[in-house]
Write a protein that binds this ligand. Structure first.
Ligand code: CA
Length: 314
């Protein structure tokens, strides 16, 4: 099990702030499942979860997945500017039925404010992982000083974040186009803003990386399997989000099976199309797989199926 191998060299857990759209695909649930299990193993410490596309059952459904594990209260924030009334998520309502508390969206703070509070309180640098829409990160970067910190968003990220890891973009063609950076006008603008203003290293796991790695499915134990079945992905889905979560958990590109192509990325704020200029010391990088597809697939499925010892009450 890959977690056991990482554990040998991990002195303390990596603090992680996790952003997810928690809507358009069930692979967000697999990504969270991997992070929660990694926290159970002492590899990461999830300090905050930001839902960056909001629907009626967003918070209670996400809480239900977290509550399967005995990890205490992981704070959840919402990007309310990205509220999608009337949009349907195939799994949220089913998962929300398992929420152990009466948590509703109204109980959750603004995601960027939660991120500010958490970052301000951290003594060591965190990794910000986002497998959803970039609007939350734009709101964080654009945030002014407030009662939580006298630093601006950009200053706070520069001081408290080691790396931003984003599932987004498509980097095997020029220009590339991918859903997280191109769906909705605000996300096209936000992806462009993130590339132009992120003050710390920014790493992309693109569409082409996860497309052919099929993992998960209804056989996965717990609510992750429920989500895959409800999403009509009983036989699995491409692994964009779980691959990003596992990459962040492993924390080393080569060990995780990737090489970084360094340079400077840009996103067109009108079209959402991405481009990249390779340079040795560039502030950005996209990931290229250096192993066969089976390597990633087996690791992710092994973690997703590895549930019995980790779930509480079992
Ligand atoms: Ca996602």
């Amino acid at each position: 099990m890959v977690f056991e191998e990482i554990k040998v060299n991990r002195e303390k857990p990596i603090p992680v702030l996790f952003g997810t759209d928690w809507w358009s695909d069930c692979d967000d649930v697999a990504a969270l499942d991997i992070l929660l299990k990694a926290q159970r193993c002492g590899l990461v410490a999830i300090k905050a979860i930001g839902i960056n596309s909001v629907m009626r059952y967003s918070a209670p459904s996400l809480k239900a997945v977290c509550a399967q594990y005995d990890l205490g209260d992981i704070p959840i924030g919402l990007t309310t500017s990205a509220t999608r009334k009337g949009m349907l998520c195939l799994y949220q309502k089913k998962l929300a039925a398992f929420c152990p508390s009466g948590l509703t969206n109204a109980d959750c703070p603004e995601a960027y404010q939660l991120y500010r509070r958490v970052l301000a309180s951290l003594e060591e640098k965190a990794v910000v992982l986002d497998v959803g829409f970039p609007g939350l990160l734009m709101e964080l970067l654009q945030s002014p000083p407030d009662e939580m910190s006298d630093l601006s968003g950009i200053e706070l990220v520069k001081e408290k974040v080691a790396e931003v890891i984003v599932m987004g973009g498509r980097w095997d063609r020029v220009p590339g186009k991918e859903y997280n950076f191109s769906a909705y006008k605000v996300n096209r603008k936000a992806a462009a803003y993130l590339c132009d203003h992120c003050p710390v290293p920014l790493t992309f796991l693109g569409y082409e990386v996860g497309r052919d790695i099929i993992t998960g499915g209804k056989a996965v134990p717990g609510l992750t399997g429920t989500a895959y079945a409800a999403h009509l992905s009983a036989k699995g889905r491409p692994s964009w989000d779980p691959m990003a979560a596992l990459f962040a958990t492993i924390g080393d590109a080569e060990t995780a099976g990737y090489r970084r192509v360094r340079g400077r990325a840009a996103v067109d704020p009108e079209s959402g199309k991405n481009s990249f200029v390779p340079t040795e010391a560039g502030p950005h990088a996209y990931l290229v797989k250096i192993k066969e597809d089976d390597f990633y697939q087996n690791q992710i499925d092994e973690i997703l199926m590895y549930n019995e010892e980790l779930r509480k009450n079992e």
